[in-house]
Design a protein around this ligand. Structure first.
Ligand SMILES: Cc1cc2nc3c(=O)[nH]c(=O)nc-3n(C[C@H](O)[C@H](O)[C@H](O)COP(=O)(O)OP(=O)(O)OC[C@H]3O[C@@H](n4cnc5c(N)ncnc54)[C@H](O)[C@@H]3O)c2cc1C
Length: 389
């Protein structure tokens, strides 16, 4: 049976010094109190325009982020390549809505597509749809609310921007993953994504939508997307995640008095997540599948489904993915077994990727539960190296 326990494989790309740094980092973010203290301190420093790069760049940034720009990521892409792991460069600047920021996100994302076309170790491009218009337009169109003339124009701009990105991906033969975000933006995003799938996925899957399986309606939405793709004669690109915004989703639903879009419990999310993987492996004739998870069971389960259905480990329709700096034991052990694995490698200026970093820190606290696993794996590898030398 596939094992994720081999820490020698998992951490081969980290020197002793880097391993110790990772150990100290996870020790630090293991504490909820420290994480929320760090978050408050960072917010204050940002408000006062105090320099914070010196503290963030060599620590949490260098662990979870590939670099401040595409060039700075190259070294890390090559390190991953040595271990048979691919990279997906992700411009991770969040929460900006000005036209200048939208144009900057456009330029950077187009550059990632062109860069991927030249780099054999970068099989996908990716973007966050919220980087390409205002939140209010995404929300109003999603809720079918009436728009002003300016908002109509902005909605059209969003459609055009996403089509430009998908067309560039198509012309460069680089599949493009479109992240999922808050549910109240998603109807409009889905509409635009499926429009582009219909246009660019006729020969093979280029455009991928993301299904957040913590939403109780997404399994049905996957079945529907498959049915529509079959009827209209295109390939469905399907990326799966559990979903990153559960607390925000639940709080908004309570505050505004509508039914919670999130599953009642973790077991229901897990059930639908794994059912979605099964559905895709059973319909690989038309679906390509991107399994974005740090969950060991869901990663192993997909390998079992592939074996059961006689799908080769390196079948180009089946991908596994984890975030840079997390769950290396899954990524590197899967890759060493011959599966297609790609790490999401975020990049961006230090200040602009802070929301991403804060999310990673919060997700890795002792309450969220990931850190215990990371720490014990790093400790195990430190011990192994000590006894070897
Ligand atoms: C490559 C990659 C790409 C990603 N892209 C996106 C993206 O586009 N959009 C996005 O939203 N997230 C994205 N994420 C983050 C992802 O949604 C998860 O937050 C994260 O991966 C943790 O889930 P898990 O499957 O790894 O692990 P697990 O630790 O098994 O699951 C944790 C997740 O389970 C769900 N959960 C926890 N408790 C409950 C509960 N009580 N009830 C219901 N559900 C619960 C939540 O979604 C939580 O994040 C991405 C992650 C990866 C690895």
């Amino acid at each position: 049976m596939l094992s994720f326990d081999n820490t020698q494989i998992a951490f081969a790309h980290r020197s002793d010094r880097e391993l110790q740094k990772a150990y100290l980092l996870f020790k630090m973010i293991n504490s909820n109190a420290l994480v929320s203290f760090g978050k408050n301190l960072t917010n204050i420093a940002l408000k006062l325009h105090l320099p914070i790069d010196w503290a963030v760049k060599p620590t949490i940034f260098s662990h979870f982020v590939g670099g401040k720009d595409i060039d700075e990521c190259r070294k890390n892409v090559r390190l991953l390549e040595k271990a048979g792991v691919k990279a997906i460069l992700d411009y991770s600047v969040e929460g900006k809505e000005s036209l200048a920021d939208i144009n900057k996100a456009m330029d950077e994302t187009l550059r990632t597509i062109n860069n991927a076309a030249k780099d054999g170790n970068i099989p996908f491009a990716v973007f966050k749809p919220t980087a390409f218009t205002t939140h209010s337009v995404l929300e109003k169109v999603s809720a079918k609310m009436e728009l002003t003339e300016d908002e109509e124009k902005e909605a059209e701009n969003f459609r055009m921007r996403i089509e430009t990105l998908c067309r560039t991906a198509f012309e460069n033969d680089i599949p493009i993953l479109i992240d999922a975000e808050d549910s109240w933006f998603q109807n409009f995003i889905d509409e635009v994504v499926y429009h582009n799938m219909e246009k660019f996925n006729k020969e093979k899957p280029i455009v991928f939508n993301t299904f957040q399986m913590y939403r109780h309606d997404r399994l049905e939405s996957l079945r529907q997307a498959y049915k529509t793709a079959a009827e209209k004669g295109y390939y469905l690109g399907a990326k799966f995640v559990r979903g990153a915004y559960m607390e925000k989703e639940r709080a908004r639903a309570i505050q505004m008095g509508y039914p919670d879009p999130i599953q009642p419990d973790k077991a229901s999310t897990d059930r639908d997540y794994n059912a979605a993987l099964k559905f895709c492996i059973e319909h690989l004739d038309r679906i390509s599948l991107f399994n974005g998870t740090h969950n060991e069971y869901s990663s192993r389960y997909m390998t079992e489904l592939m074996a059961e259905h006689g799908v080769a480990k390196n079948d180009k329709r089946c991908w596994f993915s984890q975030l840079y700096g997390m769950s290396d034991h899954i990524s590197f052990n899967l890759a060493s077994e011959g599966y297609n694995v790609a790490k999401y490698v975020p990049f961006g200026p230090v200040k602009s990727v802070l929301p991403y970093l804060i999310r990673r820190a919060e997700e890795n606290t002792s309450v969220a539960g990931q850190t215990g696993r990371e720490l014990s794996l790093i400790t195990k590898e430190k011990e192994r190296r000590k006894t070897k030398s």
